[in-house]
Design a protein around this ligand. Structure first.
Ligand code: NAD
Length: 426
């Protein structure tokens, strides 16, 4: 076992915070370390704009259902707002606000010319038909289109939404404003989407794990990984990590988990999941619960599903050396404090899952240029940016003696604050 690469000073005990308060806690800490002027911090504490919209949708049974939807634009000092749209029963305004804040710092950390935003609709897309989802996506767009624009705010998919959702939203926007492919990213390739967008977030996660393994001086073939969530991010992380040689010893989705200490055959699992619609029931591994999955002994634990899954209550049970935050905000501040005290390294979400927004940036660029890049070029440019951001972050953490998350926020907040000053806001 190798010592963690960044010094793991234990942060003070933390009370239960809402998602946006948790993100703000990281920003406040950064503000102190980098001596941010109080006025700039005031600007970052609250979003620039929030929309809360009533979304009436006629369901297939002809009954009218009213959903609640949001778009939060946190900070646009570095460029147009950018951030996904989540369809999930827990997507309330505070969660969306927290995710919008994270987008500001993620785009900044990756040096993308964007600010941060996020959208959400409180709904359960798994219980809705395709026609209901189509109607909901269009209704959502009708209610937020006035604050969007190719140079204003560009949404993308997130949990519960996908390329099809983006196609409906692009179409609804086009009906109001004319053909505008650059209004959303994560579109189907046939409608101006970028090659490689579907695998981009997972590829970024795998590249960061490979770089961290290199820093540790360990061959990926000697590293066991456990991945929670086998959706877009989790499944692509497994596939690409597998190509790099990592051994995937456990995975799960909402229906249950699987473990095989000898390594799960990912290609066979994909064939199974394509038919069964879940990893559960795959015969090449033993069934486990999601609770057991988080406590499975491994080297790198990769939460790639929901937020706040590692908490003050369960962080003590984790048996990994490194937590790789592929999901957004998967570790609560209380969970983070326990992991730090136990010497477990946490590689933060604003770096780890930034591959998606990076290729969204490439997609937006291609749409503006009306030009398409080949898949190799997309993957290569993504690789260059992920490796550079990873290197800068680890160097900063080593220089300042901070944890990786602290270094990530320090770099990101500094850049946003600089843009705020240059624009003359403070
Ligand atoms: P997805 O909807 O494609 O997949 C989510 C997966 O999590 C599914 O396999 C689902 O079954 C599983 N899941 C849900 N609840 C679970 C539970 N309680 N226990 C275990 N598994 C559970 O979503 P996604 O796009 O892969 O996003 C996953 C995470 O990554 C989210 O936090 C999202 O914000 C973040 N993220 C996604 C992207 C992207 O490009 N898709 C980019 C950045 C961050």
């Amino acid at each position: 076992m190798t010592a963690p690469l960044s010094p793991e000073a234990a942060p003070p005990a933390v009370a239960t915070l809402s998602p946006s308060e948790s993100v703000l806690a990281s920003v406040r800490e950064s503000a102190e370390r980098i001596r941010l002027e109080p006025e700039a911090l005031e600007l970052l504490k609250t979003p620039w704009r929030e929309i809360r919209a009533q979304l009436p949708v006629r369901m297939d049974d002809r009954k009218l259902r009213i959903f609640e939807g949001y778009r939060v634009q946190h900070n646009g000092a570095r460029g147009p707002y950018k951030g996904g749209i989540r369809f999930h029963p827990r997507a309330d305004i505070d969660e969306v606000r927290a995710l919008a804040m994270l987008m500001t710092y993620k785009c900044s950390l990756m040096e993308l010319p964007f600010g941060g935003a996020k959208g959400g609709v409180m709904c359960d897309p798994t219980r809705m038909s395709e026609t209901e989802l189509n109607r909901l996506s269009r209704t959502y767009m009708q209610h937020i289109n006035m604050i969007l624009g190719v140079t204003r705010d560009i949404p993308a998919p997130d949990m519960g939404t996908n390329a099809q959702t983006m196609a409906w939203m692009m179409d609804a926007y086009g009906q109001m404003h004319g053909y505008t492919p650059g209004i959303v990213t994560g579109k189907p390739v046939e409608l101006g989407g970028s090659f490689g967008r579907d695998q981009a977030t997972g590829r970024g996660v795998a590249v960061c794990m490979r770089e961290y393994a290199r820093l540790e001086g360990i061959d990926p073939r000697d590293i066991r990984i456990v991945v929670q969530g086998y959706g877009n991010v989790g499944s692509w992380t497994c596939r690409i990590a597998n190509e790099y040689g990592f051994r995937v010893v456990a995975v799960s989705d909402v229906k249950g988990g699987l473990a095989n200490p000898a390594g799960i055959d990912i290609a066979a699992l994909d064939r199974w999941a394509a038919v069964a619609g879940s990893v559960a029931g795959f015969e090449g591994a033993e069934p486990i619960t999601n609770e057991q999955l988080l406590a499975t002994e491994c080297d790198y634990l990769v939460p790639a599903a929901l937020g706040e899954v590692i908490t003050g209550e369960n962080a003590g049970a984790i048996r990994a050396r490194v937590v790789v935050e592929a999901a957004n905000h998967p570790v609560t501040p209380a969970g983070d404090a326990v992991l730090a005290a136990r010497g477990i390294t946490v590689l933060p979400d604003i770096l780890i899952n930034a591959g998606g927004v990076t290729v969204s940036y490439f997609e937006w660029t291609q749409n503006i240029q009306q030009f398409r890049w080949a898949l190799d070029r997309v993957n290569q440019e993504l690789e260059v940016r992920m490796v550079a951001a990873f290197g800068d972050l680890m160097a900063r953490a080593a220089k300042d003696g901070t944890r990786a998350r602290q270094a990530a926020f320090d770099i990101a907040v500094e850049r946003v604050a600089r843009a705020i000053r240059l624009r003359g806001f403070v």
